[in-house]
Design a protein around this ligand. Structure first.
Ligand code: PEP
Length: 250
């Protein structure tokens, strides 16, 4: 369906020197990648990561951005700032930001607008809590998150939006959605995109799965018809494991 993209989400891990070392380890292992490869690093690691990926096709992502261009927002980083330093991607709406830092569908929508206006490509995270899955409202929750985040996003801008389906219960827990569960929700996201735009936009959008994807389960997940890549947390911090996942994305 969409172009395959494997993105690492390093979360709050690695100093700048460690980031350089890890990217230098990853580089030769993914040189022949058949998919797009992105590393999502902490803000302070961005200069080191951008320097380390120079001359390669590896993209660099920040893990959040503010919706205003500048102003009295102590501790925040704007999309403009990221774009100005050469960052190409930003992860938005990650469940850890929604759960621990008060991100809502509305603030994710505002961040999305700012990121797209700044020229960034967005990796938009959506996904249900375990209680929501158990109550049978996964599709409703994920469709709502998707629709609100994409409010005001044009069909043309959708070329710079990647959607990561990340069931919250599978993130960092070692629990993975089954191949069928992952595919079912990724397909539902694509149907939602078709409803908001048209079938061509839906067919072209990259829909990733994320949630304890690792070197052992990646091939089967990535073989699903509607899974176009992965957002990888823990396993992205190990060069060899990340490379296996990249190699499985064909
Ligand atoms: C994530 O942080 O987006 C993620 C999927 O983490 P993990 O792979 O560790 O579950």
């Amino acid at each position: 369906m969409g172009k395959y993209v494997i993105a690492g989400n390093w979360k709050m891990n690695k100093t700048p020197a460690e980031a350089t070392a890890l990217i230098n380890e990853i580089k030769p292992l993914v040189a022949d990648a058949a998919c797009d490869v992105v590393v999502g690093v902490p803000f302070v690691d961005l200069p080191a990561a951008l320097a380390a990926v120079e001359g390669t096709k590896i993209g660099v992502a920040a893990q959040n951005c503010h919706w205003e261009k500048s102003g009295a927002y102590t501790g925040e980083i704007s999309a403009e700032m990221l774009a100005a330093m050469g960052v190409g991607y930003v992860i938005l709406g990650h469940s850890e930001r929604r759960t621990y830092f008060g991100d809502t569908d509305e603030t994710v929508q505002k961040r999305m607008r700012a990121a797209l206006d700044a020229g960034l490509t967005v990796i938009l995270c959506v996904g249900e809590y375990l209680t929501q899955r158990e109550q049978g409202v996964t599709n409703e929750v994920v469709a709502m998150q998707t629709k609100i985040a994409l409010g005001g996003v044009s069909a043309e801008e959708m070329a710079r939006v990647i959607i990561a389906y990340e069931p919250v219960w599978a993130i960092g827990t070692g629990l993975t959605a089954t191949n069928e569960q992952a595919n079912e929700v990724c397909a539902m996201i694509r149907t939602t995109i078709a409803g908001l735009y048209d079938q061509a936009v839906a067919d072209a959008v990259t829909v990733q799965y994320g949630g304890s994807m690792n070197a052992g389960n990646a091939a089967a997940l990535l073989a699903q018809s509607d899974v176009d890549g992965g957002l990888i947390g823990g396993a992205s911090l190990k060069a060899a494991d990340f490379a296996v996942i990249v190699g499985a994305a064909k």
